[in-house]
Ligand binder design. Sequence first.
Ligand code: SF4
Length: 346
Amino acid sequence: MKPMSQSTMHEAEYYEIIDESNKVAQCQLCPIRCTLLVGERGKCFSRVNIEGKLYSLTYGYTDMKIDMIEKQHVYHFFPNSRVQTFSTFNCNLDCDYCSMPEKLGVDPSEVGAKKLAPDQAAMFSMASGSKVIAFGEAEPLISFEWVRDTAKLAQQRNLKVLLRTNAYFCEEPVSEILEFVDAVTIDIKSLSDSGYQEKCHAGTINDIKKTIKLIHEKGKLIELNLAIHEALGNTEEETRELATWIKEELSPSVPLHLARLIPSHRLKELQPTSTELLEKCYEVAKDVGLEFIYLDNVPDHEATNTYCPNCKELLIHRGASDTEVRRVSLQGNCNKCETNLNIVFK
Ligand code: SF4
């Protein structure tokens, strides 16, 4: 490992020195709460104790691209819009089916990653003509300080902010960052602690549900994703459990995405989820009474469209490469029967 230069690093927030004489730090960004001796890095590889101060190794390091918002598996926030997406480095989970394993356990300064100051990131987003700035793909909250600083500037410049996260973070930093965020999409990995431990090697479902409720209570638009596959232990029973929890604890109008697993990383030998299993899970969520259920990674399937939960009219059609908003008002209501659709356009 090369010696680390403090001048290129940013002091982390949300940590405490728990042993002054030995300069031992405890990170309090996520519930893992790593205890770090001098020179040690956290489980996420992004935070390091240097002489009793915790530093972020990933502040400002990011990939960026412009995409349609639907590519982020977000269907109720500015449908059919271009979004400037920033994808940072590292994660506090270590999922066996991670779609970006090349971004795990990386010191971005050692792999030639691009570095952007928050004002540069906000300026790029404005210049791109996007209405929305998104932080996602790799876990953005591992780079909490940079994402918070950038989101704040983006909002000041009238951009909307979308966050895609695994939600396994502590209440205080989540509450702080939500002040600068308009919508959140959350990838739920399992409905049990054993599922999180076996397939993602960290995480507890209660911590994640607590974060989701907090985001909902703060009035942010939420969309939830669950990857369906027998090998993940996510099938009809788990879909029923999650859909029931959404209906009872959040709202039946919270969109639920049931995603086909595209095998990758340590599970790349698996077959993708069958359409038959996805359709069974879709019917289960419908039976529970959720109003907006989508199948993801199943191009051209009718369950990628938005229908009015009241009059059943087809309102937004999603093809493999394009989205057509047909009968939704700018206020997010069905143009035929005026039912509110929990869709944001402005
Ligand atoms: S954010 Fe990283 S260093 Fe901090 S507790 Fe979580 S895994 Fe550990």
